[in-house]
Design a protein around this ligand. Structure first.
Ligand code: NAD
Length: 492
């Protein structure tokens, strides 16, 4: 694998340095250490990956599913062996704590495990005698060359919401990681190489907008999965679908958590703190708004402020650290701006993360947990994705108002409720307009065998990543009607 710190592409079964002149440092957001350099691949370099994937497709699709998954079984074992190293790499390039990185690596592996069931999962169905002597069969076939464009916040897991299912179904694949965090995929592709996938089945192209446009403009790419911010999700979805490709594009979020007066306040505050401040608020399922109902206000506010103030912030590899930095200094500046904006809109800053420096890591981009109380419900801060450890509190009188606030948002990634009442929980489950929901749960991340949903401006498309949705997305259905008149039966 090339020079020590040089991030390479992996195309057609071999490591290739990009020749692009655009080069970017990969920076550890806690220490500011330069972890590597990534070149932002050109459209031509994407084309050569697409050619490699297209060249590998005919023989990969003819490889029986039972054989294809043997490579995934091998990959699963290799990932287990590298579990610690991969998790540390995630922490170093992305900032989350080692515990959080362990969780990410685990879910990544679970997706490989789920896709190993493909021989059964991609079965079709049939009916005999749809008319006299005529049978009908639905078979699933792979769609061809597919690609994923990934965000910075889960450098390992997000591509694996798609990749294992895509190749298990017989497609060939291209991964375009976030240019901010390319080291994790670099390591994973080292394992993919060892797992013995034929050359061209799995390809890695590092880059940014040019690489994305290369994927979108390539006629041979038949399906695109995207995860990232809403404006880019819209861009990718509109360009991919206009070019006749399948597309599933996950966007941003602003996840509300409703606290009912009958909730277990200690549990609700502890779990909400993990949701809002875990991964420094840089999860697409991070709780970012709390709506307290009636008397929940006092006890919950006190508990969450205490949780915010006492959370241990620092380098994610250090023991006892509960929250790492945000991804860049630009991100820190943006988050601090929104805290100021909340204040201008009338909120009280009960815990203030602005101006955070951590001893020993003075160059890191840290923002301590922040709580904005009495946020204006339709103000800029209440409706904008901040993507940092900032929790806004809004107070309402009843569950109807809470649900109506939840449904007024442009996003629909996740909403949660904490309550001891089954009736309140059911009302919420029935009426809240979101794709992922938690009931006495603060980060409602679907397991690998459920779709990772998302509604409204959090998702463009219809089939989601993970589980059976992924199988549907990565296969096309062929329906065959067959007539074999019995008079044609040869007499032997
Ligand atoms: P981003 O949109 O900036 O980048 C995502 C990908 O798009 C990267 O690979 C990047 O190289 C590429 N890209 C960026 N700008 C582009 C442009 N103008 N044209 C073409 N491609 C472009 O997102 P990010 O900052 O890496 O990730 C954070 C965002 O991702 C947040 O909004 C978060 O909510 C979202 N996210 C959503 C989910 C979900 O499941 N809905 C999951 C994880 C992250």
């Amino acid at each position: 694998m090339g020079g020590k710190n040089e991030i390479l592409n992996y195309v057609g079964g071999g490591w290739r340095p990009s020749k692009s002149k655009e080069i970017q440092d990969v920076i550890n957001p806690a220490t500011a250490e330069v972890l590597g350099q990534v070149r932002l691949s050109t459209v031509e370099e994407v084309s050569s990956a697409v050619d490699a994937a297209a060249g590998a497709f005919p023989s990969w699709r003819r490889t029986p599913a039972t054989e294809r998954v043997q490579h995934l079984f091998k990959l699963k074992n290799l990932l287990e062996e590298s579990f610690e190293e991969l998790s540390r790499t995630i922490t170093m390039e992305c900032g989350k704590t080692l515990d959080e990185a362990h969780g990410e690596t685990r879910r990544l592996i679970e997706n490989v495990e789920a896709a190993c069931g493909i021989p059964q999962l991609m079965q079709g169905y049939n009916s005999e005698d749809i008319a006299r002597g005529i049978d009908e069969v639905m078979i699933r076939q792979p769609v061809g060359v597919c690609a994923v464009i990934a965000p910075f916040n889960f450098p390992g897991m997000v591509p694996f919401w798609f990749l294992p299912y895509a190749v298990a179904c017989g497609n060939t694949y291209i991964v375009k990681p976030s240019e901010k965090v390319p080291c994790t995929m670099q390591k994973i592709f080292g394992l993919i190489e060892k797992a013995g996938f034929p050359g061209g089945v799995l390809n890695l192209v590092n880059g940014a907008k040019d690489a994305v446009d290369g994927i979108l403009n390539s006629p041979a790419v038949r399906a695109v999965s995207f995860v990232g911010s809403t404006p880019v999700a819209k861009y990718v979805y509109s360009h991919a679908t206009a070019a006749g490709k399948r597309a599933q594009c996950q966007g941003g979020a602003k996840n509300p958590i409703v606290i009912m007066p009958d909730a277990d306040m200690e549990m609700a505050a502890r779990i909400t703190a993990d949701s809002a401040f875990g991964c420094a608020g840089q999860r697409c399922l991070a709780g970012s708004l709390v709506i307290t109902v009636g008397e929940a206000r006092g006890a919950f506010t006190e508990a969450i402020v205490e949780a915010a103030r006492t959370r241990v912030v620092g380098y994610g590899l250090d023991e006892k650290v509960q929250m790492g930095p945000v991804i860049t200094h630009q991100s820190k500046a943006r988050i601090e701006h929104f805290i100021g904006q909340g204040e201008k809109e009338g909120a009280r800053v009960l815990a203030d993360g602005r101006g955070t420096t951590i001893k020993g890591y003075e160059s890191g981009s840290f923002v301590r947990p922040t709580v904005l109380d009495g946020l204006r419900p339709q103000g800029e801060v209440a409706v904008t994705e901040i993507f940092g450890p900032v929790l806004g509190l809004i107070h309402v009188d009843n569950i109807e108002e809470a649900i109506s606030f939840v449904n007024s948002g442009r996003y629909g990634n996740m909403a949660c409720i904490f309550t001891g009442s089954g009736a309140a929980a059911r009302k919420f489950r029935y009426e809240a307009e979101v794709g992922n929901m938690g009931i006495n749960i603060g980060i409602a991340a679907p397991m690998a065998f459920f779709p990772f949903s998302g509604w409204k401006e959090s998702f463009f498309g219809d089939l989601h990543g993970q589980g059976l949705d992924a199988v549907e997305f990565f296969t096309q259905k062929k329906v065959v009607a067959e007539r074999w008149p019995k008079e044609w039966t040869r007499k032997f």
